[in-house]
Ligand binder design. Sequence first.
Ligand code: NDP
Length: 611
Amino acid sequence: MSDAEKVPTTGNGQQEFDFDPETLRAKYREERDKRLRPDGNEQYVEVNGDFSRYVDDPYVDHGFTRPPLNDAVDVVIIGGGFGGLLAGARLREAGVKDIRVIEKGGDFGGTWYWNRYPGAQCDIESYIYLPLLEETGYIPKEKYSYAPEILAHARRIGEQFDLYRDACFQTQIKALTWSEDECRWIVTTNRDDRMRARFVIMSNGPLNRPKLPAIPGIDTFKGHTFHTSRWDYGYTGGDTNGNLHKLGDKRVAVIGTGATAVQCVQFLAKYAKHLYVFQRTPSSIDERGNRPTDPKWVKTLKQGWQKHRMENFNVLVTGGFQDQDLVNDGWTDIIRNLGGLLIARNNTNSAVSPEEIMRLAEIADFKKMNQIRARVDAVVKDKRTAEALKPWYRQFCKRPTFNDEYLPAFNRPNVTLVDTMGRGVDRITERGLVFDGVEYEVDCIIFATGFEVGTAYTRRAGFEVYGRDGKSLTDNWANGVKTLHGFCSAGFPNCFHMGITQNALTANFPHMLEEQARHITALIQHAKSQEARCIEPTAEAEAEWVATIKEKAMNNQDFLEACTPGYYNNEGKPQKGFGLAGELYGGGPVEFHELIRKWRESGEMKGLRFS
Ligand code: NDP
């Protein structure tokens, strides 16, 4: 341990921690290096051709038909998840009447429409995650909502804001093509629609396209397979609450141990004859601690409470300070740790520099992750299994998870953890999966392998956008995303993006979508008040924003490079400019929300051309 690392101390001069940071850093590096691979995102196969059945919608009647639409609308919103719903709601409030949501699923809900796997739950607190609670007068039943309650809330928003009226479900966009003559987008779909829209809002969802690992032999397996986001209850029996009664005589393999697997494994463990969990990198699993909503607390809520609570959480999880921690859970815990260290440091009366804050944040992180690892030892009885389930990386290298039943599942005699030591499954055969020369015969393989993040935007969207002069968005962004504030691009007038295109990510996704919905609504309102038919950023403003993104992105480069690979750091290649890591505003969401709020409230709309 270096001299500098003998601090912080408590007020009485005693050392605050009982571990060696350098040993932990070395262990983290070793675990990362094991997992770095040259193919990055290319290690996954695209779900098309023979694999397209993995994305078929299991929740709808496939015989559905309707006549093609050949009409004009004011606003087309692509995607009926919380992003599209929030945009629709805010536009309705602003008096926009002619809104059409186009959605490939059979209803609103987005993520929560697709992800109905057993145990699906949101691990962001429900009171800040479910949007528009005050507007809809709904209070969630528990601190952390399960998927059916969230899906029902999406439908509630759709109804309350009259978005069902003109929605097109089970409809996939084929292309968006800008018509210069009409100053409109021509929207074509797989149902032979040809709609003309003044404005288009793309809220396709950043994690909407399931991905499959390109494990050799993946197409040779003769048993049953599916992806967690299209759970096959016909095969497993039961529903999102469990009761997977058809698995009693089945040997099941799950590939992947991310946030999804952490939630569904307990149900597979309970019902399958035998469950094999194939792990490449363990998740960090903190306590869940769910509880019913306290009606007395609900009575204390004053107007504006939800926004206040969302902002309180957002500040805390991005390293800021608040007098009170309203959500007070595993997400904000790490910041509490940091706060404690800072107080201890201040007691020594020395000034705290930014470098010192970074260092203390790392110490707080080590403490948190030590706690997470100690929890594994406390729960999992078999020492070897417990050792394999311990995550060795900084907490926000991968998405932290929260669950009280995942770890105990490994104490069951019918559950085997196959730890692939960072390598992944070697091979799939007709009968099962092979790792390290051992073949595990199974009846069913469930891919809990997540969603595409770092691939081209239009590939994830599933359609192309042709802007001015027929230029495609794919070509336009071939060397990196180019936008003004993440919302719109030069050459693609009246087309707005929601999600994570060069703006700031929040742990509470709907909070970010809410800010985006307000911003886009303000832009459309401004265009209407000016009687402008076209909104488009200038090339200079766009270049300036791209430069800002690059400059700010440098801030977390060291952190991302030190991380074990995953979609947070573009599978170990954070500097490539694609994926989550490359496209974000490094100043963080608090600064970004303030920046766009001030920008639009100035009334100048600098950098945007209204014509
Ligand atoms: P993830 O991308 O998080 O996890 C995919 C898993 O598959 C990882 O464990 C990965 O290992 C593993 N994997 C990939 N390829 C192989 C291979 N060849 N062999 C073995 N394992 C492999 O997907 P999830 O569906 O779990 O979660 C996606 C996101 O959805 C989450 O990060 C979160 O943002 C969101 N989510 C949110 C929830 C909530 O509560 N709000 C709940 C569930 C999901 P490795 O880590 O080594 O790459």
